[in-house]
Design a protein around this ligand. Structure first.
Ligand code: PLP
Length: 352
């Protein structure tokens, strides 16, 4: 707190990102990064551009990247928006599409940036409780609203809502924007992108941070019909005309060209996730069904204690202290040997 702060700054509740520890030899399973790294073609593409051309501004429209995404999703460039990570895309969604009189609806347990953005942009919101098994019931969303925001698969639960359920939700909610945050969609879900032609109020948000293994480059995108994308462009061009730097645009374009790397690595993560879930189950954990690159697990031993004991062994997982998920751990799926080290450590902790 400082006397130079405005009331607004003093009243903010900034998002707390998962920690980025600097421990040599650690097993880092706390922020859902992809253990495989980006396609080798990304490195090759970047190398060729570490030149004097970095003195020039990047393409403010990210035209090539948007064309590549449009092609991938059978859309046109005007139906694709790109931002500096999907976090920035979501910020523009709150700013540009959710500022209405009625509250935006989202689950009580979901990506905690949503409440941060709502407060930053003075968007009123209502959190709808997930059921006891952390499942989302779309009937709860049948109420007047200024927008609906659903992470699918949800984070940090990993639970997935199928396309039939989302379609029903879109059918009864035609007067406000429905945003589906698909940060983890490539790990086993069905994207709502196939519904875009039928629903002018649908916006699908994805990221290169998880399945494309480019969290360090900060590239996210939104897909929707032109008027929604135009709203995001109006905000973007009133905020920062060059949100994606040259290297980020190139990296994302190169990643999209290596479909083989993408499918091999995502399939490997899916297979490891199932093994990890089985290993945890065998140690007495309850594990939620996951369609993401992480699992949520709970044990009769307190999650805070397990997380601390793992940390002593330089294994980092995410524990959200307080609230309904206080006794759960969110564990990112790592490389097979990392998952093995985690299970080994838990075995030592639980059966000394
Ligand atoms: C990781 C994540 C994001 C943010 O991704 P960036 O593109 O890295 O900003 C958005 N939504 C959810 C649900 C996430 O887990």
């Amino acid at each position: 707190m400082s006397r130079f702060w405005s009331e607004r700054v003093a009243g903010l509740e900034p998002y707390k990102p998962g920690e980025q520890p600097q421990v040599v030899g650690m097993v880092k399973l706390n922020t859902n990064e992809n253990p495989y790294g980006p396609s080798p073609q990304v490195r090759a593409a970047l190398k060729g551009h570490l030149t004097d051309e970095l003195r020039l501004y990047p393409d403010p429209e990210s035209a090539r990247l948007r064309d590549a995404l449009a092609q991938r999703f059978s859309l046109n460039r005007q139906q694709v928006f790109v931002g500096n990570g999907s976090d920035e895309v979501l910020a523009h969604v709150f700013h540009g599409l959710f500022q209405h009189k009625l509250p935006v609806l989202f689950p009580d347990i979901t990506y905690s940036f949503y409440t941060t953005y709502a407060r930053l942009y003075d968007v009123s919101y209502r959190m709808i409780p997930l059921d006891d098994a952390f499942a989302l019931n779309i009937e709860d969303y049948r109420q007047p609203n200024g927008g609906i925001l659903i992470a699918n698969p949800n984070a940090p639960t990993g639970r997935f809502l199928d396309l039939a359920a989302l379609t029903t939700l879109l059918q009864f909610n035609t007067d406000s924007v429905v945003v589906v945050d698909e940060a983890y969609i490539d790990f086993g879900g069905q994207s709502a992108a196939t519904l875009l032609a039928d629903y002018p109020n649908l916006l699908v948000v994805q990221t290169f941070s998880k399945s494309w293994s480019l969290a360090g480059m900060r590239v996210g995108f939104a897909l929707g019909q032109e008027p929604l994308i135009e709203a995001l462009n109006r905000i973007k061009n009133s905020f920062n005309s060059y949100p994606l730097d040259r290297l980020a645009q190139l990296a994302a374009e190169a990643a999209l060209q290596d479909e083989a790397w993408f499918s091999t690595t995502t399939q490997a993560i899916i297979a490891s996730r199932e093994q990890l879930a089985q290993g945890l189950d065998a140690l007495g954990f309850s594990v939620l069904p996951s369609a993401a690159n992480f699992v949520m697990a709970s044990h009769r031993r307190p999650a805070s204690e397990l997380s601390a004991a793992l940390r002593e062994r330089h294994i980092f997982v995410r524990h959200f202290a307080g609230g309904r998920i206080d006794n759960w751990l969110r564990i990112t799926v790592g490389l097979p040997e990392e998952n093995h080290r985690l299970l080994q450590a838990l075995r030592e902790i639980l059966v000394p």
